[in-house]
Design a protein around this ligand. Structure first.
Ligand code: XMP
Length: 512
């Protein structure tokens, strides 16, 4: 892999993605990892990220000079550039010339490889207080800016380069080209991280891990579990059985999509458990959001466990597939304690006595890569591009107690919102579009010359990168208007549609 050494940058994940966009596999490692451990991973190159510290600050993370004697190509960005310059005997100074944001760069494209053929005047994204004033011996300076006399350097013999600015952000013109040049031309790496290769590699790995054993996978209807299962199926065929629990809290058409489209596309053995009565029974009269979540989580485990035991009765199931993604892996390594805002439920919370080994074929991937794989594996587009949907389903979008009637009503309103969003071609512009029924609220309206006393629904379209923070989507008013008109016309019990204009924080995406 290409290792991205994280010096506390906001951008480490972004760098890793950019490298992958150049079809080169990358992993993020903390700067506290000893160099020997990094080298043990056999890196094709190391990229030192930016970071908040000044190289002169007490306790500032340093670069172990051992990194530069191992013959591994190194690229330094911002803080990583300065730390690299310092470790190799260059000079880093506090000049008092801070540069933040868009900055003009004077490049000498002909002087090296990194900026070759690019314009001499390049707008780049800077964020630094210190700067490199003298490059280490053996390095050619290929760019400068007003606040950075050495803004880019390279040493082709030692296969090392660095830049003061951030090539990974969109505001830097030709940034991706610079990264690519480093990877291909300076480090000599071949672009082999392609969907076809990822699939082949994972299939081989899964076969090796699973052997002749049986495997099960809980499908949520979401893209991660769908792609994970499709990969495992490609690897071990009918040794895999998928379990789909219909808890009655799904949206219109969802169970059918899994039962028909998914099976048609993959040929996977699917066990659908109709647990609608059981869930609705357990939820009857419950209004507290946390209690709803706990009940659903508990029932889910029971149902899944029973299904797993039934499958295990005909063979010995030993493996459980999970759709864990790379950001989950990185974040759980970071580990600062966070408050429990909501109890999320996943298939992950299985009881101890069901002892499965985990198969996690997506552990190395970001969401967009998972989507690309899904398409490559032949999954339907609607499935691959589905918006995230919470495990507890519509139960946490009905504010108040959950029952069949309210679910049916919300399903209708939700379907209208989704249809209109799709018709407007905006599916990929929003992260998620919850529709929430305020089942215990009524307001007065006038419909067909008569007084109505119905329920409001809330439209909650949000844009987000990762669901940790979000903003309300500025959908065109005419789209909102169409949704509103259709919902109040077609869903008799609803006489008012309101738009949620709260960001996260302080609001969460879901209402419960
Ligand atoms: P909140 O409401 O916390 O949601 O801003 C963040 C993201 O998580 C989804 N969500 C869940 N997903 N099980 C899930 O699998 C859950 O219990 C759950 N609760 C919320 C939510 O839809 C959003 O994408």
């Amino acid at each position: 892999p290409v290792l991205v050494v994280d010096f506390g940058a906001q951008y480490a994940q972004l760098i890793a993605r950019r490298v992958r966009e150049a079809k080169v596999y990358s992993e993020i490692v903390p700067h506290t990892m000893p160099v020997a451990e990094m080298l043990a991973k056999n890196p094709a190159a190391i990229i030192l990220s930016g970071g908040p510290a000044s190289v002169y600050a007490p306790g500032a993370p340093q670069v172990d000079a051992g990194m530069f004697t191992a013959g591994v190509p190194v690229f330094g960005i911002c803080y990583g550039f300065q730390a690299m310059a310092q470790a190799l005997g260059g000079t880093v100074a506090h000049t008092g010339n801070r540069e933040y944001g868009g900055t003009p760069l004077q490049a000498r494209p002909e002087a090296g490889v990194l900026l070759k053929d690019l314009p001499a005047d390049l707008p780049v994204w800077m964020s630094h207080g210190d700067c490199v004033t003298e490059a280490p011996a053996g390095f050619t300076v290929t760019a400068e800016s007003a606040g950075a006399p050495v803004a880019a350097f390279e040493d082709l013999v030692g296969r090392r380069a660095g830049v003061q600015f951030h090539p990974e952000v969109g505001h830097t013109a030709h940034g991706q080209e610079m990264l690519t040049r480093f990877l291909y031309e300076i480090a000599g790496i071949e672009p082999t991280w392609t969907p076809e290769n990822i699939i082949d590699e994972q299939v081989a790995r899964i076969r090796e891990q699973v052997g002749e054993k049986e495997v099960i996978c809980g499908l949520s209807g979401g893209v991660d579990s769908a792609v994970a299962a499709a990969l495992v199926h490609k690897a071990v065929g009918d040794q895999l059985t998928c379990v789909f629990v219909d808890h009655g809290l799904l949206r219109a058409g969802e169970a059918e999509q899994v039962e028909k489209d998914y099976v048609a596309a993959t040929g996977i053995k699917l066990k659908v458990v109709d647990a609608r009565d059981r869930f609705l029974g357990a939820l009857a009269g419950v209004t507290d959001p946390e209690q709803k979540r706990k009940i659903i989580g508990r029932e889910f485990i029971r149902v899944f466990e029973a299904a797993a035991r039934e499958i295990a009765a005909h063979g010995d199931v030993e493996f459980l597939v999970q759709g864990t993604l790379y950001p989950d892996v990185v974040e759980s390594g970071g580990g600062t304690g966070t408050a429990n805002i909501k109890s999320h439920h996943n298939v992950g919370g299985l009881p101890e006595d069901l002892k499965f080994a985990l198969v996690e074929p997506l552990r190395a991937l970001f969401k967009d890569e998972v989507r690309t794989l899904g398409l490559q594996l032949g999954l339907p587009e609607e499935m691959v591009w589905r918006h995230p949907f919470p495990g507890p389903g519509l139960a946490i979008r009905i504010i108040g107690a959950v029952d069949e009637e309210r679910l049916a009503l919300l399903r209708k309103a939700d379907l209208i919102a989704r249809q209109e969003l799709t018709a407007a071609g905006l599916d990929r512009d929003v992260w998620q579009f919850p529709v929430v029924l305020l089942a215990d609220v009524r307001s007065v309206g006038v419909q067909g010359d008569g007084r109505s006393y119905g329920h409001p629904v809330v439209l909650r379209p949000v844009s987000s990168e990762d669901a940790m923070t979000a903003d309300w989507s500025r959908l065109p008013y005419d789209v909102i208007a169409r949704i509103s008109t259709r919902i109040t016309n077609e869903v008799a019990e609803v006489n008012r549609v309101v738009l949620d204009v709260t960001s996260k924080p302080p609001g969460t995406i879901e209402w419960e």
